[in-house]
Design a protein around this ligand. Structure first.
Ligand SMILES: Nc1ncnc2c1ncn2[C@@H]1O[C@H](COP(=O)(O)OP(=O)(O)OP(=O)(O)O)[C@@H](O)[C@H]1O
Length: 258
C-alpha cells in the first residue's frame, strides 16, 4: 500500500526523522512503536500529507502510495486525506449531532447523495464502528454528549464513512479506559477486513495484540547533541515481540528502556 524509501522529515532545520524505509501492506494492521519523541507520529503524518499542514515541516525521500508518488506535483492533498483518513489521540467530534458528525465528509464529498442514501451510509459507518446499537435512538443528540470511548468510535465512524482506503490512528486509545480500549482494539481488527490500518501506540501490549507487523523506532543523539528518530527494526509482530533481531528492540520490549 505504501513504500517508504529513505524518508527524512524536518521541522525547520531540525531533522526529526532520518532515513526511514519500510513497506506497509494492504489490509494489515501496522503498528509504529518506540519511546517518546522518536518520530512515530511524524512518520504517520507522512502517509496522508498531514505534515503539509505543520508550518516548517518538510519531507524528503520516497513516499509511494499504491505505486504513485504521494508528494507528486499533481497530487491533490485534500483528496489524499479523503482516501487516507486519520483518527487522533483525543476524540475530536465536531460540535454537531451524532448524525451530522458522520455525514459531514459525505455532504462535502464528490457524490451527491439523496437523504435516504445518506441515512444508509451513516448507519453503515456507525455499524462498522460498533456504535450503531448505542446511538441509533439518539442520532440528533450532540456528539459531545457521548462517553470518551463512544466519541472515539464516532470519530472512527466519521473516518470510515467516506470509504477510505487507509485509516491512520495516532494513539487512538491513550485517552480511554481499559474497557473502551478493548472495544477499540476489537474494532481495529474488524476494520482490517476492509481497510489498511496504521497505528501509533505507546502501549506495547496493544501492538502485540492487534497488529500484523510492527516497526520499532528510537531516537539517536548525534555528536552535536541533536536527536533524530530512526527505524530500528520492522518485521512481523510475532517476530518483533518474540525474536527481535536488534538488541535495542529487545531492550525496549522487555521494558529495559523507554
Ligand atoms: N509540529 C512540530 N514542530 C516542531 N517539531 C516537532 C513537531 N512535531 C514533532 N516535532 C519534533 O519531532 C520529533 C518527533 O516527534 P513525534 O511527535 O513524531 O514523536 P513521537 O514518537 O510520535 O512522540 P510521542 O510518542 O511523544 O508522541 C520530536 O523531537 C518533536 O519535538
Amino acid at each position: 500500500m505504501f513504500e517508504l524509501g529513505g524518508v527524512n522529515v524536518s521541522y525547520g532545520t531540525h531533522r526529526a526523522v532520518r532515513d526511514v524505509s519500510m513497506d506497509i501492506h494492504e489490509r494489515e494492521i501496522t503498528a509504529l512503536i518506540g519511546p517518546s519523541g522518536c518520530g512515530k507520529s511524524t512518520v504517520l503524518r507522512c502517509l496522508n500529507r498531514m505534515n503539509d499542514l505543520v508550518p516548517g515541516a518538510s519531507v524528503s525521500g520516497k513516499v509511494a502510495y499504491r505505486g504513485a508518488d504521494l508528494y507528486g506535483a499533481d497530487v491533490d492533498s485534500i483528496e489524499v486525506r479523503r482516501r487516507i483518513g486519520m483518527v487522533f489521540q483525543k476524540p475530536n467530534p465536531f460540535p454537531k449531532s451524532i448524525y451530522d458528525n458522520v455525514a459531514y465528509g459525505l455532504r462535502f464529498g464528490p457524490d451527491r447523495l439523496s437523504r435516504s442514501d445518506l441515512d444508509d451510509r451513516v448507519e453503515a459507518a456507525l455499524t462498522s464502528a460498533a456504535l450503531w446499537d448505542e446511538v441509533k435512538d439518539k442520532l440528533n443528540s450532540s456528539g459531545h454528549a457521548l462517553s470518551g470511548g463512544q466519541q472515539q468510535r464516532l470519530c472512527i465512524a466519521r473516518a470510515v464513512a467516506v470509504r477510505p482506503d487507509v485509516v491512520l490512528m495516532d494513539e487512538p486509545c491513550s485517552a480511554l479506559d481499559p474497557i473502551a480500549t478493548a472495544k477499540i482494539e476489537d474494532l481495529m481488527q474488524k476494520l482490517a477486513d476492509e481497510f489498511t490500518l496504521v497505528i501509533v501506540t505507546h502501549n506495547m501490549q496493544q501492538a502485540a495484540r492487534v497488529s500484523d507487523r510492527t516497526a520499532f523506532f528510537t531516537a539517536d543523539t548525534d555528536s552535536e547533541g541533536v536527536r533524530h528518530g530512526r527505524l530500528v527494526e520492522y518485521d512481523a509482530t510475532e517476530k518483533i515481540f518474540n525474536r527481535p533481531a536488534d538488541q535495542r528492540t529487545e531492550d525496549y520490549i522487555s521494558g529495559r528502556f523507554g
